[in-house]
Design a protein around this ligand. Structure first.
Ligand code: FAD
Ligand code: SF4
Ligand code: SF4
Length: 499
């Protein structure tokens, strides 16, 4: 990929627009239009700051990219989007320069386009089945749907054109939304729109869930999430932070004593998994959750200013291959580590992280050690990390996830010297609500069991969605469940009103 200069890209796009926009284009001509790269901060500069790496399209670029869309009648891209945004329709509007109308189309299905345009794994969702990518035999050549989505959402915010949705007359019903991540944000908006009183309870002192404490500023500026909350507040959603459901009040108390008619649980998967190997208690071993929360939520990267310290590292080993591992590695680099290596048990092909994050990490000098697994973490006399014993792996048969599983090669042990270990091998569901709520059915992984269509739990009036149901998943899947649950809850509450 490389770094791309916005000015140069814009000039090229203006030229292309002049050439192509005046004539009726055949599909062949559309597919010959170069796909538009996104400008990024220069590598040498961005590794020294926490600001957003990807700079977005210029207006000329977004219109040229829109010209690449063939407006397919069967629109396979729509089936790839978990919330079925009408992609060809919004892209056609972008091509006509009607950015406001384009956002309107997206918002019929997705409430948070500025966020999804940035963090959706598009290459395995909407862009995977795109006809252009298929015809050019590379998913990287698919129409850049996510980038177009990001552009129009940013345009709306910059123009101050974000509309506060209209609210139905008061229903007299009161709903609790537990958690404030994307599942809860979507559910809260849809429930409030129907005229219910909505109170959101968040355990932390800041709202936004993983969007704020997990995903770093350099991928998702917190200002975007803050603005989404401004809209929720303008709609009349009440927000209580530092409120831990299960401790501050139990779920059943909210219903039985505090007068809530229904509850949405969007408590996420914030419980880090560990490697369960010797040495995990040494000083210098962190879960990615803790590491990223310290950096993002407590702004530990503002050294000297922030009240929360963060570990000074020189050589860091990050275990895992997903977005969380990429975020932790790139954060460690920005916090001053001299060498950061991502150690992954499988090969690059099986890595679940977004392609763009992997490319950005490589550009920034993050090293990758594929097909290696940790055996134990070694400590110094003072109980600090001094290295990790690794073993080489080869790929065996596919496992339950469909990916080929790593098989350790006996006798291939080696020592990797480092002073910090960050474990990013996944998260489990937050267990507190389950532990404090009798009758709430969960599966063996601790995820709340819900009816697929309605997101209804085993308890009357209680619905759940997002990572607490799906296990660690994605923003758009969490939002989709929040929306589905709110629809069913609105019907449920309407039923109560009739009684
Ligand atoms: P969350 O976002 O986890 O929010 C749950 C909220 O509930 C939290 O704020 C928590 O404090 C609160 N809570 C928990 N228990 C209680 C309680 N008892 N009482 C009150 N509040 C409570 N997905 C993508 O699509 N693309 C990405 O690039 C991506 N990158 C990621 C990077 C990182 C570092 C992480 C950790 C995840 C990433 N994900 C990504 C996954 C994505 O962020 C999650 O799938 C999504 O945020 C789940 O949303 P949610 O609303 O279910 O829960
Ligand atoms: Fe693609 Fe995500 Fe937008 Fe759907 S919400 S169109 S998957 S970027
Ligand atoms: Fe456009 Fe690709 Fe969707 Fe076809 S599949 S309508 S080319 S975005």
């Amino acid at each position: 990929m490389g770094s791309f200069n916005l000015k140069e890209l814009d000039l090229e796009a203006q030229q292309l627009w002049e050439n192509y926009s005046t004539k009726e284009l055949t599909n062949r001509e559309r597919m010959a239009i170069p796909d538009q790269h996104m400008a990024t901060q220069e590598v040498a500069v961005r590794v020294t700051n926490m600001e957003e790496v990807a700079l977005g399209y210029s207006e000329a670029q977004v219109r040229v990219e829109a010209l690449r869309c063939l407006q397919c009648k069967n629109a396979p891209c729509i089936t790839g989007c978990p919330v079925q945004i009408n992609i060809p329709r919004f892209i056609a509007l972008v091509g006509e320069g009607k950015f406001g109308e384009a956002v309107g189309v997206i918002k019929e299905s997705s409430l948070l386009p500025a966020i999804c345009g940035r963090v959706c794994p598009q290459e395995v969702q909407c862009q995977l089945p795109c006809t252009v990518g298929k015809s050019l035999k590379s998913v990287e050549k698919a129409v850049n749907i996510g980038r177009i989505e990001r552009f129009v959402a940013d345009w709306e915010m910059q123009k101050g054109a974000t509309k506060v949705p209209s609210i139905a007359p008061p229903t007299g019903k009161k709903v609790a939304v537990v958690g404030s991540g994307p599942a809860s944000m979507t559910a809260a908006a849809d429930l409030r729109r129907a005229g219910h009183q909505v109170v959101m309870f968040e355990a932390l002192h800041k709202t936004g869930g993983v969007l704020v404490y997990g995903i770093p500023e350099f991928r998702l500026p917190k200002e975007i999430v803050r603005r989404e909350f401004e809209t929720l507040i303008a709609m009349g959603v009440e927000i209580e932070t530092n409120f831990l459901v299960g401790r501050t009040s139990k779920l059943k108390e909210l219903i039985e004593s505090e007068g809530f008619d229904a509850v949405f649980l969007g408590t996420g998967a914030g419980l880090p998994r560990f490697l369960k190997i010797e040495g995990e208690n040494l000083v210098g071993v962190f879960s990615a959750n803790e590491y990223l929360t310290r950096s993002n939520l407590m702004k530990a990267y503002e050294r000297g200013k922030a009240g929360t310290p963060i570990y000074n590292s020189k050589r860091v080993a990050v275990f895992g291959g997903g977005n969380v591992a990429m975020d932790a590695a790139r954060t460690a680099l920005r916090l001053g580590a001299e060498n950061v290596t991502v150690v992954y048990r499988r090969s690059e092909t099986e890595m679940p992280a977004r392609r763009e994050e992997i490319e950005h990490a490589k550009e920034e000098g993050i090293e990758f050690l594929f097909l290696h697994a940790p055996l134990k973490i070694l400590g110094s006399e003072k109980g600090r990390v001094r290295g990790v014993e690794l073993i080489r792996c080869e790929l065996g048969e596919p496992d339950a996830s469909g990916r080929r599983s790593p098989v350790e090669i006996k006798g291939s042990e080696s020592l990797y010297p480092c002073d910090t270990v960050i474990v990013a091998i996944g998260n489990d569901s937050n267990p507190l609500v389950k532990q404090t709520t009798e009758g709430l059915v969960v599966n063996k992984r601790g995820n709340i069991v819900v009816e697929e269509e309605t997101c209804k739990t085993s308890l009357e009036g209680v619905y759940a969605g997002g990572d607490i149901v799906l296990g660690a998943a994605t923003v758009i899947l969490a939002m989709g469940q929040g929306r589905r649950a709110a629809k069913a809850m609105n019907q449920y509450l309407e039923g109560l009103a009739d009684n």
